[in-house]
Design a protein around this ligand. Structure first.
Ligand code: NAD
Ligand code: DAU
Length: 348
């Protein structure tokens, strides 16, 4: 039986990965390690919390002694590392928090894995889930490939770039078996409403302003989160050791065009006159160091592992909007802060 550690499983992407692994791999014991920061929400995975192969561990990856003890106790076979500080705007306010979790936290996991596995790397794997932001910003043309040089611009992307470098360094120096993926912007259910799509859905529901940074002509490449989880599953099981794969949907949108599309769909869903939600658009001060354009060339993972997105953007956005409208209680619990009580209620 395999013991698999998934970090950050109470967050947005991590919750989808944990759910997928718990349901698809009954022979695995899945350990979800999460510090439950503001971004961690156990309501995201309450549907699988009683599953016999699921175990929740509350803990901080920055705590070296705790991580070492956890590894001694469980001797994991595989690690999928998603725990991170993930919001660019927060990294501008508090860069050190990002160095602590994203760099030191990753180092603690790498050291614990190296020390645990040092005598035998057979069938062991450390998987670092990273971002396309490490490549910096594109101009009007071109795509990020796996060989694009790193050129991070925000404290968030600099911290993720640093952790990527350490993962590769542990592979080269100590022979640690690893795989690494760099993915574009995700969207879907259980997305914390500080990020563009869930924030704007929530604001449209509540008739609040939609703060578009700068002129809105920034481009992001959007991928449905369940397709990212499927890609992670595939890379974990079939990716080549010491390889990197880019993951993306070949789905570029200028922010302002995406916001207008969201407004149009939300007007239809909420039975509002067409154009009502667009009136909420408010151009605000730009994000400092705002990257102009991200776009992923995902042909390597497609050719080598056969992965491609399962839904179009239209389908994914429809599913996403429907989910938020059908789960207003989840949204209210997050925005009111009451989601924080869930751990106390269930686990103490
Ligand atoms: P998220 O912010 O929604 O979730 C992060 C999770 O990590 C939370 O549950 C939080 O409680 C936990 N966490 C934070 N600090 C911790 C610590 N010190 N110890 C233990 N747990 C801690 O993030 P997300 O959007 O789901 O992103 C997950 C991963 O995927 C991150 O590594 C991120 O860099 C990467 N990524 C995200 C995107 C995206 O579009 N969201 C795209 C590409 C890559
Ligand atoms: O590219 C992958 C990255 O995507 C991940 O690594 C990050 O963890 C994830 O947060 C996301 O980063 P972005 O900065 O691209 O996502 P965000 O949703 O914050 O912003 C998307 C775009 O929308 C960006 O150009 C900034 C803009 N924006 C964002 C917010 C929150 C606005 O115009 N207004 C807003 O209020």
């Amino acid at each position: 039986m395999k013991k698999i550690l998934i970090t950050g499983g109470a967050g947005f992407i991590g919750s989808h990965v944990v759910r997928r692994f718990v349901n698809r791999y009954p022979d695995y014991q899945i350990f979800n390690l999460d510090a439950l920061t503001y971004a961690g929400n156990l309501e995201n995975i309450k549907d699988i919390e009683d599953h016999p192969n699921y175990h929740f561990v509350k803990g901080d990856i920055v705590d070296e002694a705790f991580i070492n003890e956890l590894f001694l106790n469980y001797n994991f076979d595989g690690i999928l590392h998603l725990a991170a500080e993930s919001h660019v705007d927060r990294s501008i306010e508090d860069p050190l928090a990002f160095v602590k979790t994203n760099v030191i936290g990753t180092m603690n996991l790498l050291n614990a894995a190296k020390n645990q596995w040092k005598d035998d790397f057979t069938n062991k794997r450390f998987y670092h889930i990273s971002t396309d932001e490490v490549y910096g910003s594109l101009g009007a043309e071109g795509l990020f490939t796996e060989t694009t040089p790193y050129d991070p611009n925000s404290p968030y992307s600099a911290s993720k770039a640093s952790s990527d470098h350490f993962v590769r360094a542990y592979g080269e120096t100590y022979g640690l078996p690893y795989v690494l993926t760099n993915c574009s912007n995700n969207y879907g259910s259980y997305h914390f409403p500080e990020k563009l799509i869930p924030l704007f859905i929530n604001n449209i529901i509540n008739n609040k302003p939609l703060p578009v940074y700068g002129d809105g002509n920034y481009t992001r490449d959007w991928l449905f989160v369940e397709d990212h989880a499927a890609a992670i599953d595939l890379v974990f099981h079939e990716g080549k050791n010491h390889e990197t794969y880019n993951i993306g949907g070949f789905n570029e949108w200028k922010n302002i065009d995406l916001v207008k599309l969201l407004c149009q769909i939300m007007d239809e869903k909420l039975g509002r006159t067409s154009g009502t939600s667009q009136e909420l658009i408010t151009y605000v001060k730009d994000r400092p160091g705002h990257d102009l354009r991200y776009a992923i060339d995902a042909s390597k993972i497609n050719k080598e592992l056969g992965w491609k997105p399962s839904v179009t953007f239209e389908e994914g956005l429809e599913k996403t909007i429907n989910w938020y409208l059908e789960n207003e209680e989840w949204l209210q619990n997050v925005t009111s802060g009451s989601y924080k009580d869930y751990y106390q209620k269930q686990y103490s």
